[in-house]
Design a protein around this ligand. Structure first.
Ligand SMILES: Cc1cc2nc3c(=O)[nH]c(=O)nc-3n(C[C@H](O)[C@H](O)[C@H](O)COP(=O)(O)O)c2cc1C
Length: 325
């Protein structure tokens, strides 16, 4: 397939692996890129900018294909030296960055000067238009189905993607709720130039997380996600385990909820321990509704090849067959 995204990023297939805290290590990013997609190393998973540089070098030693780095700019309890992370990305020689969270404008000039293409991930059309206006090369449009932060508008991709197609000039990726060839064909039909997947790539051989997590996600249905932090207007979609259910219960109590009330349950370090040790009720982890459509643990290359083959078959046989000759 040839789309504006494959052309812009210099990749074979229009499939991108979004940044994932604790999961986006060199093993996964390089496997996605070697499979013909675009892998992304997650910047803030590395404790310091120097560690990020080392992780990028490790990824460079594992693939000679393009890959990117995610820089998620969000308010955090502990201050993050974002400027130094951005500088590490420039110094590494990587040519693609996925930004997310806040407006990436402060870093655009330095990225552009270094010849870096910037894909900004956003959950609304107004933010996508803003990203286009400030000079981002592409956007990822994250619908309400997505893992992580879907924003507060609750608009699904069936609406967001055609809106993006109508209003944006720059190429865009459909993100959220995608994981098979039907999804890819539908996203392209709605005007997207490719897809961005998070949850689906967690259940691949190369994803550096415990098999218990992968197995639980294979067993899960589309009903197995929960929305937390709604009361803080910082919604996150996570896997519905006992910890997520406790958080939802605390947030639904009458009166104002304080972050301290849930903080012990949602600590990032516990999520990391869960991924490493496989104790599924240790903490919380991001997961999207696409878990309902995941039923195996392939390699990234197998997954990407299968998705593209399914989508090509739908486009050239099923859809073409519906048009009278
Ligand atoms: C475990 C996990 C961690 C994530 N961490 C981040 C992150 O640190 N920064 C970010 O921009 N997006 C993060 N995301 C969101 C993904 O990049 C992507 O936008 C999202 O997963 C797309 O929806 P999907 O899961 O339905 O494919 C994460 C997703 C998952 C599943």
């Amino acid at each position: 397939m040839k789309t504006r995204i494959t052309e812009l990023l210099g990749i074979e297939h229009p499939i991108v692996q979004g940044g994932m805290q604790w999961v986006g290590l060199a093993e996964l990013a390089s496997a996605v890129s070697n499979g013909g997609g675009l892998g992304i190393v997650t910047g803030l998973t590395q404790p310091t900018p120097k560690d990020l540089l080392t992780e990028i070098e490790r990824c460079q030693s594992m693939t000679d294909k393009p890959f990117g780095v995610n820089l998620t700019i969000l308010p955090t309890i502990k201050p993050v030296p974002y400027d130094d992370y951005a500088q590490a990305i420039v110094d590494s020689g990587v040519k693609i960055v996925e930004t997310a969270g806040r407006n990436p404008e402060p870093y655009l000039a330095m990225f552009k000067e270094a010849g870096i293409k910037v894909i900004h991930k956003c959950t609304s059309i107004r933010h996508a238009l803003k990203a286009e206006k400030i000079g981002c090369d592409a956007v990822s449009v994250d619908g309400f189905e997505c893992a992580g932060h879907p924003g507060e508008d609750d608009v699904t991709n069936l609406i967001l993607l055609p809106l993006a197609a109508r209003r944006l000039k720059i190429p865009f990726l459909a993100s959220g709720g995608l994981g098979d060839g039907r999804g890819l064909a539908a996203a392209l039909a709605m005007g997207a130039d490719g897809i961005n997947m998070g949850t689906r790539f967690m259940v691949t051989k190369e994803a550096p997380i415990h098999d218990n997590v992968k197995q639980r996600m294979i067993e899960a249905t589309e009903l197995d996600t929960a929305l937390i932090y709604r009361s803080f207007r910082n919604t996150a979609r996570v896997f519905k385990n006992s910890v997520a259910e406790q958080v939802v219960e605390i947030e639904s109590r009458p009166g104002e909820v304080k972050f301290e009330d849930i903080q012990p349950l949602v600590q990032g370090v516990k999520g990391r321990e869960l991924f490493d040790g496989g104790d599924l009720d240790k903490g919380i982890w991001s997961a999207g509704m696409i878990v309902g459509l995941i039923d195996d643990n392939p390699s990234c290359e197998e997954l990407i090849t299968r998705i593209v083959a399914e989508a090509e078959d739908i486009i050239s046989n099923r859809l073409r067959g519906m048009i009278s000759q």
